[in-house]
Design a binder for this molecule. Sequence first.
Ligand code: PRP
Ligand code: URA
Length: 209
Amino acid sequence: MANVTVVDHPLVQHKLTLMRDKNTSTAGFRRLLREVSLLLCYEVTRDLELTNVNIETPLTDMSAPVIAGKKLVFASILRAGNGLLEGMLDLVPSARVAHVGLYRDHKTLEAIEYYFKAPEDISDRLVVVVDPMLATANSATAAIDKLKERGANNIRFLCLLAAPEGIEAFAASQPDVPIFTAAIDSHLNDKGYIVPGLGDAGDRMYGTK
Ligand code: PRP
Ligand code: URA
């Protein structure tokens, strides 16, 4: 059984509809993705543990909550993951960042790795892997396998759109990793695109098609 949270906040759903619209410009798409990433980041961090520290307000001493434990790691699956990453770093500026460069082979839909750089000590940290699209789940699985090889053991996956086929494959290969998504769409087409979807997220973000 997949562990999936659908972030159904009205602002997320409204902005997602604007992003799906093929008439939305590259600049508009990028701005909306940044805005949505703030709202998704809020949800994916909702249950983080707190600890109290002693501070002084202008009026008195107090014991007040801060996030416990080591800084988070945000792992962006290039290219499109960077559209989520930037907004998330606005909310959690002290997060460490991993970059995993992957592209889909258009024929086989396998994920081809071309870059990997992660903080050394990811085993003690919550790692939030970000990519707008979970289609076949080949990219997310390859990225998470690599992060696990490097010691990550507390991982969440955050996306904008997920296909049912991708959720099923992901749950089978990464049963310990919860998924957070803004929507679950109908299906994948014969080219591996999410339907109704929003097209190729990287191309729409960067205007490359
Ligand atoms: C897109 C998307 C995901 C992947 C999802 O990346 O950003 O990484 O496809 O598909 P999957 O679940 O079937 O693996 P793409 O390969 O187009 O690369 P890009 O981000 O560089 O455009
Ligand atoms: N990658 C995308 O960018 N879009 C899809 O629909 C599927 C994979």
